[in-house]
Each structure stands twice: as structure tokens, then as C-alpha cells.
Design a protein. Structure first.
Length: 60
């Protein structure tokens, strides 16, 4: 009888490391995209004219 407990443990360690690496890569990419989206949204909102958006009804 062959004892394969060590080989199975190595498989699980490699699989867990791969899943953890994919999760980290996903989080990094998601964070980058979210930061870019918020920057573009801010730039768009700063370019808007509140006077025109309110139909010229804003009092100074």
C-alpha cells in the first residue's frame, strides 16, 4: 500500500495558492477600474453647467 497523503496535501496547497492569486489579481483589477470610473465621473460632473441643467432657474 502506498501512502499518498503528502502528495494530496501538495495538490491542495498549490490549488489554494492559485485561487488566492486569482482573487488578488481580480481585486487589483477591480480597484483600478473603480478608481478610473470615479475619476471619469468626477470629470464629467465638473464639466456640467448647473444653470443649464436647472433650465436657467437658479438665482445668483
Amino acid at each position: 500500500m502506498i501512502n499518498e497523503n503528502g502528495a494530496i496535501t501538495v495538490d491542495w496547497v498549490v490549488l489554494t495558492a492559485a485561487v488566492a492569486g486569482l482573487c488578488i489579481a481580480f481585486i487589483v483589477e477591480l480597484r483600478s477600474d473603480a478608481s478610473n470610473l470615479s475619476f471619469l465621473t468626477q470629470r464629467y460632473l465638473e464639466a456640467q453647467d448647473p444653470q443649464a441643467a436647472a433650465g436657467g432657474n437658479i438665482q445668483d
